[in-house]
Design a protein around this ligand. Sequence first.
Ligand SMILES: NC(=O)C1=CN([C@@H]2O[C@H](COP(=O)(O)OP(=O)(O)OC[C@H]3O[C@@H](n4cnc5c(N)ncnc54)[C@H](OP(=O)(O)O)[C@@H]3O)[C@@H](O)[C@H]2O)C=CC1
Ligand SMILES: CC(C)CCC[C@@H](C)[C@H]1CC[C@H]2C3=C(CC[C@]12C)[C@@]1(C)CCC(=O)[C@@H](C)[C@@H]1CC3
Length: 347
Amino acid sequence: MAASVKNKKCLVIGGCGFLGRHLCEGLLERGWTVNVFDIRSTFEDSRIKFFIGDLCKKEDLLPALEGVYCVFHCASPAPLSNNKALFYKVNYEGTRNVIEACKEAGVKRMVLTSSASVVYEGKGIRNGREEELPYAAKPLDYYTETKILQERTSLEANSDDFYTVAIRPHGIFGPRDLQLVPITVDMARKGKTKFIIGDGKNVVDFTYVGNVVHGHILAAEHIGPGSPANGKAYHITNDEPIFFWTFMTRLLTGLGYPAPRIHLPYSLLYVVALFLQFVAWIVSPLVIFTPSLSPMKVALAGTDHFYNCENAKRDLGYSPVFTLDQALKLTIESYPEMRNPEEKKGS
Ligand SMILES: NC(=O)C1=CN([C@@H]2O[C@H](COP(=O)(O)OP(=O)(O)OC[C@H]3O[C@@H](n4cnc5c(N)ncnc54)[C@H](OP(=O)(O)O)[C@@H]3O)[C@@H](O)[C@H]2O)C=CC1
Ligand SMILES: CC(C)CCC[C@@H](C)[C@H]1CC[C@H]2C3=C(CC[C@]12C)[C@@]1(C)CCC(=O)[C@@H](C)[C@@H]1CC3
């Protein structure tokens, strides 16, 4: 049964990021008192107390944890950065530090933002259930490798003194997104979105940020003595699987760019991405470069990966608040600066 959280204090670690800031807004609306801990400051809000620091340093964290009822840990280096050392430092060692600091400060609950990618290794996943999917044995990148370690460490820390739960969103999008929309628009402006990888019929989940926030808050309200959610991981999706290329077409055309239309063989693109990854590895002692075409991106764009969220519905009372249609409309309207500058000239 959801606990009453009126005026309970929480700490959002990573609260200045895309998901984190939306989470703060949702928590404030729900009546929580919100502290933010982040390595950078990106916004101001008189209702929030900000702590700027590094989650890898316990001395930075402890002051922010005083009197906190629940920690939301949604910090991570940028998923596509491919910085192995930083991913291990923040997502693995940093999360162990967060757990130790929580216990030292007497915090009793932690909601971890994990990722659906922890079970994805490039092979199709269709309506995947948490209990049926093992962690990826061969993660496609260091981000996934360290998110697995992060989730496993967090769930293993669950006890009657420290309740933990992991939320696995997939393909989060929405206003102030720092990846999906900006990267897609950047590719469109460079003429790189005319291609469709594969047959264009791969089905995936994209999840509106408002629904991810809703899932996180429900998780915090449900973990506790005797809860079935304690120590578990939950897929949180829009519950509306869609063709990847239909979603991309709706996003691109909604922003005034042409729809992708030329099919390229999936296997060819995957081999090219593997070759570029190998070249990047060979030259890495001399120069660091991250190919824009990575095996992870090609796999995500060319295979099925959608997940079942029935467990979240059963244990957390989750159901999506925003439909995909509503979400795409809200997202497209929130990015006037991302619109195709050529469309005005043509009109
Ligand atoms: N975006 C997506 O599609 C998905 C994201 N997720 C997960 O959701 C979470 C949030 O993602 P998103 O909002 O997109 O990411 P963002 O990069 O927008 O937000 C993460 C925040 O954490 C901060 N941070 C990074 N390292 C540290 C540190 N050492 N100490 C304190 N703060 C730190 C970042 O600062 P800085 O920017 O300076 O690094 C940033 O402000 C992540 O855990 C991610 O793995 C899961 C599934 C899908
Ligand atoms: C037309 C182009 C091919 C569009 C490229 C879009 C990509 C930048 C995104 C499509 C799927 C997205 C995605 C993520 C990042 C951005 C994309 C690759 C994640 C890897 C972000 C972090 C996660 O935890 C994963 C679950 C996301 C999976 C989907």
